[in-house]
Ligand binder design. Structure first.
Ligand code: F6R
Length: 262
């Protein structure tokens, strides 16, 4: 795991977008794992800007989103299908047939989850998985006690997630109580993970995920097991990390990050 601390939210977001862009330029047929939420909204705005201004090309890229609410149709404004179209897919040159999200309206949700795993495998696995972290430490909708080997499945959402995401709904009581999500095991199989966390409200849970013990109570802590995981944060989200000086030293000295140091 590597931790890159940037001064503020803008710099952290730009860095995350640049890491994605570098991977996409190196491999135009990139299989990209995507997330939703407020943090990702800003990353997608940057990627759309890079597409517009620098010609960043998504035409051969395939995407797989982490999760979707159960019971929301793709054209529902609160669905993750809608979020992705609005914030990214309609703003870049991706072939919409190459974009995938679990279908929360499927008649047989279990089959839908099995099929989603199959689609990912058929694509050759995920090259780069983008992640945010929830108030309860979830990645995707992998709520506390999600098995570290879990696969794509239906999951009940916790009160913490309902508090976190409820305000994004026109009427918070309409927020579904269940979601479909890639499992922690599915996420750990991606070739590279990039987690972006910004803002003081993420500081405590980020420190527990990065520097605390690996536990199914905090799904993001499972990323400590990943062979290639990078955490990008701003100073506010990094404020509870104890080894900040060491992380800064690594970032300043690793040749891999030379292009990103400016
Ligand atoms: C959603 C997802 C979640 C979010 C997390 C943070 O697809 O993967 O894990 O990344 O809940 O959400 P924000 O960015 O809104 O704080």
């Amino acid at each position: 795991m590597e931790v890159i601390i940037q001064h503020d939210e803008e710099a952290a977001t730009v860095l995350a977008a640049r890491i994605i862009a570098r991977r996409l330029r190196a491999k135009p047929k990139l299989v990209l794992g995507l997330a939703t939420g407020r943090t990702m909204e800003r990353v997608y705005a940057k990627l759309a800007e890079m597409h517009r201004k620098e010609g960043l090309d998504f035409s051969l890229c395939q995407t797989f989103n982490l999760d979707e609410y159960v019971g929301l149709a793709p054209d529902n404004r609160d669905s993750y299908h809608f979020f992705m179209k609005e914030h990214l897919f309609s703003r870049i040159n991706i072939d919409i047939r190459n974009t995938h999200l679990p279908n929360g309206m499927a008649a047989d949700l279990e089959k839908e989850c099995e099929n989603y795993e199959r689609l990912i495998a058929n694509a050759g696995g995920i090259d780069l998985q983008l992640l945010g972290i929830g108030a309860d430490g979830h990645i995707g909708f992998n709520e506390p006690l999600s098995a570290l080997k879990s696969r794509t499945r239906e999951k009940a959402l916790t009160p913490a997630t309902i508090r976190q995401n409820g305000p994004l709904f026109d009427s918070p009581d309409k927020m579904p109580r269940r979601g479909l999500t890639m499992g922690v095991g599915t996420i750990l199989e991606s070739k590279q993970c990039l987690l972006l966390a910004t803002g003081a409200e993420k500081a405590e849970i980020l420190a527990r995920a990065v520097e605390g013990p690996i536990t199914s109570m905090i799904s993001a802590s499972a990323l400590q097991l990943h062979q290639r995981c990078c955490i990008v944060t701003d100073e506010a989200a990094a404020s509870r990390l104890e080894e900040k000086d060491y992380y800064r030293w690594v970032f300043e000295n690793e040749p891999e990050w030379a292009d990103f140091r400016k």
